[in-house]
Ligand binder design. Structure first.
Ligand SMILES: [Zn+2]
Length: 110
């Protein structure tokens, strides 16, 4: 079986790492700062380190439990890329009681 690698990020360093997926779920550590890495999924594409807004957007997504798994043919599907898109979806979640992790992956708000 081929090795499957997936992405992890360190939000403090704004760095992403491709690592082998550990089915045991052991915690991964950042090689730079030793903080716990966050699993993001194999379809993840890291923003540039200086793109503060993109990293803040990503932080909200990850804290809400949104990940970037590779779909069969579609990739991860829609993910907000700006704080405005995040705020709109979180407001929608509050209004409707929909879980934030679901509202954040809506391409369009009804
Ligand atoms: Zn780090």
């Amino acid at each position: 079986m081929p090795e499957s690698k997936t992405s992890y990020v360190c939000l403090a360093c704004r760095a992403s790492y491709k690592l082998r997926h550990d089915p045991g779920g052991r915690e991964r550590r950042c090689p730079r700062c030793a903080a716990a890495l966050v699993y993001v999924g194999s379809a993840f594409v890291a923003p540039r380190r200086r793109d503060t807004a993109a990293w803040r957007t990503l932080t909200v997504l990850l804290h809400a439990g949104v990940r970037f798994p590779m779909g069969c043919s579609t990739g991860p599907g829609y993910r907000p890329r700006t704080l405005r898109e995040v705020r709109e979806r979180l407001a929608y979640a509050r209004r409707t009681g929909e879980p934030p992790s679901r509202a954040l992956t809506r391409p369009e708000l009804p």
